[in-house]
Design a protein around this ligand. Sequence first.
Ligand code: F3S
Length: 290
Amino acid sequence: MKIIRAEKAGFCFGVKRALDMAERTVQSSSTASLGPLIHNKQVVEKMERQGVRVVGEVKETQAGDTLIIRSHGVPPDIYDEAQRCQVKVVDATCPFVQKAQQLAAESSQSSQVVVVGDRQHPEVQGILGWAGGSAIAIETLEEAVELPFYEKLSVLAQTTQPAANFHGIVDELKKHTHELKVHNTICNATEERQTVARELAGNVEVMIVVGGKNSANTRKLAGICSERTRTYLIETADELENNWFTGVETVGLTAGASTPDWIIEEVYKKMSTMENNETHEMMNMEDWAE
Ligand code: F3S
């Protein structure tokens, strides 16, 4: 059985950066993160063992503590509250999210801001906060159709938005204003991983997707793969079952953006010890196609 690992899988740049910052911080001060740093139970537990506790609000910390802002970012009032509580902030907001926050703040000075994304998601709530409270979040084309007419509109995207949804909404918004500024703030890390996984799934008999079962991007990745081949979503190597691979010659392996390398490695190793396995380390998809 050949095991082919997706070329792009696991942590994106922003999540890796946030975890590195947390690891460095915990060595020197009492550290809390505002919400779990990532949607991965194993990583959150590991960070807790290292001393990073998870809090839901700034007031759960004490003066002198260090508070890590995760990659999703937060509205500006959180920084003010931390300062009032004498809590030091380590800001691990992903630079791509920060860019969207700045654009929202600037655009809100002269136009109505629309953010395309999940309005319940902390990243979107953070961006809305930077726009000063007047911004609107919409998720679907139907919601865009319902919007009234505005003299000037600026539209931004949650970084993980599917491009097709964003562009469809942008086309609709053109009918709702005299002047539309489009800020495409989609991060390509998600789409890149989805494209690579889709391609790989089309070339194997079974796909293994590793990641938190409560992680939206991992579930999405598994959904994309399952359209092409038999797919299993697992959180750890322990969940692998021998019978999934009976009579199978090629298996693909990918992982959600919140899955650390050490968990992917454990899964890979366990799969490699299953009967008659032949492993292909990080095979380039172009080589595979040849
Ligand atoms: Fe940043 Fe993109 Fe990851 S916005 S947190 S690098 S998905």
